[in-house]
Write a protein that binds this ligand. Structure first.
Ligand SMILES: Cc1cc2nc3c(=O)[nH]c(=O)nc-3n(C[C@H](O)[C@H](O)[C@H](O)COP(=O)(O)OP(=O)(O)OC[C@H]3O[C@@H](n4cnc5c(N)ncnc54)[C@H](O)[C@@H]3O)c2cc1C
Length: 403
């Protein structure tokens, strides 16, 4: 590499929740970096992102910490979430008066990207990163619009991350990837399994080898009512995929009272968190789907926003001290509220989705309601404390080191 001076201190690849959150949180911590951060995005906002758009209260808390709110975009409130196994189970709410909210990702991500720009951070759209080269003294990023040089690079470029390939991602990393298919369909006249304003998580497809569930949520398209339906197959319980998600989807849509032939299905992977995976190397760190999110439900919006907070704290510290090794980043993630929730989700998914007996699967959902309600709201959702700082979290966890 030649001796070109860095164009930027921080090059963030991707302007989904992880990338925009990293930029906004870094600016909040280090305002003097405003003109030293660039976000590279291959698409142009508002861009399509395959996602059911279900958001838990943690999203509002993460947004609030950078002065943003879900009230600025259109959301649909879900009254109850039904956890079923073949039509029977329990219902729950994550917040006091609703289960969760549903938004459209084109709107959320455009809102985040707009605020990145409004605060003076450069966002380069139509800019696709094809290669990252790290040397002792800098990071060089090749794009379809030329080469950029930075001091550090953040891979927030989703489940198919290009940056990830350059951090020496660990063994078996392709096994930490879930399969998902989704379809946005017109409002259904009525689903016999639940009231119109409710959401369904149907785990009965586990009997057919799916390590996850079928979902059916209320949603919208430009404010007009729609439903989002799909199948999440985590692959967290081991074994190779052997089930056609399209077949599962068709059967579930039929059970919802719809014509399965009208389905237009799209698929996208999701990487879930592995505490042993490499998520940072010298001058490079990963956030969001590129690093790994929730293995149980495939929930990633709140977690990607949370990654942005942890990444920003690591970046601010590294740039201030000049130690750009990010050797403590994985530990920072692990010891934060974000990391504890991620770890719990991975552990639960590995146990839950390893259960092969339909009788046990059924018993768990039919009779385990009180336990699941407590467990999900205690350990999985509502993971983000009102204020989140990994330094604070570390002190709380290891009081022996407190001065
Ligand atoms: C079908 C489906 C349904 C889901 N449903 C939910 C849900 O209901 N609730 C929930 O919380 N989570 C859900 N998720 C997970 C959620 O979508 C992800 O966890 C979340 O989008 C991760 O955010 P991110 O910022 O890490 O990545 P992304 O949102 O994927 O953003 C990455 C960005 O990087 C850009 N990019 C990619 N490659 C490059 C490149 N080479 N150069 C430049 N830019 C690049 C992309 O264009 C994109 O804008 C779902 C996922 C899927 C697939």
């Amino acid at each position: 590499m030649n001796a070109k001076q860095p164009d930027y201190d921080v090059i963030i690849v991707g302007s989904g929740p992880a990338g925009s959150s990293t930029a906004l949180n870094l600016l909040a911590r280090s305002p003097t970096l405003r003109e030293r951060i660039v976000v590279l995005e291959k698409a142009t906002h508002p861009r399509i992102k395959l996602c059911a758009g279900g958001v838990v209260p943690d999203v509002e808390r993460c947004l609030g910490s950078v002065g943003l709110t879900l009230a600025d975009i259109h959301t649909v409130s879900v009254d109850w979430a039904h956890m079923h196994y073949r039509g029977r189970g329990f219902r729950m709410r994550v917040a006091r008066d609703e289960a969760f909210r549903v938004l459209r990702r084109n709107e959320l991500d455009a809102y985040l990207a707009d605020n990145v720009q409004r605060r003076g951070i450069r966002l380069e759209e139509h800019t696709e990163v094809s290669r990252v080269h790290v040397s002792d003294s800098m990071v060089s990023v090749e794009t379809n619009r030329g080469r950029l040089v930075g001091r550090v690079v953040v891979g927030a470029d989703g489940a198919k991350s290009v940056v990830r390939k350059h951090v020496g991602a660990s063994h078996n990393s392709e096994r930490r990837v879930a399969r998902l298919v989704e379809s946005l369909v017109p409002e259904m006249p009525s689903d016999p399994r639940m009231p119109a304003g409710d959401a369904l998580f149907e785990f009965g497809c586990m009997a057919n080898g799916v390590q996850g569930y079928f979902w059916n949520f209320p949603s919208h398209d430009g404010g007009d009512p729609r439903r989002t339906a799909g199948v999440y197959d985590s692959r967290a319980g081991g074994g190779d995929p052997r089930t056609s998600l399209r077949t599962i989807m068709q059967a579930e849509m039929e059970a919802s009272g719809r014509d399965p032939t009208e389905l237009v299905l799209e698929g996208h992977p999701l990487r879930w968190y592995d505490p042993n995976a490499t998520i940072a190397t010298h001058r490079v760190l990963l956030a969001g789907d590129a690093a790994g999110v929730d293995a149980v439900f495939g929930e990633g919006i709140s977690l990607s926003l949370g990654y942005g907070e942890v990444a920003a704290e690591a970046l601010a510290g590294a740039l201030a001290t000049g130690d750009l090794s990010f050797s403590d980043y994985a530990q920072r993630v692990r010891s934060s509220a974000l990391g504890r929730s991620l770890l719990m989700r991975t552990r639960v998914a590995k146990i839950l989705y390893r259960l092969r007996s339909p009788a046990i699967q059924r018993a768990l959902i039919w009779y385990g309601g009180p336990f699941f309600r407590w467990f999900l709201s205690r350990y999985i959702f509502n993971w983000r404390p009102e204020t989140m700082s990994t330094e604070h979290e570390q002190r709380r966890r290891f009081p022996i080191f407190d001065a």
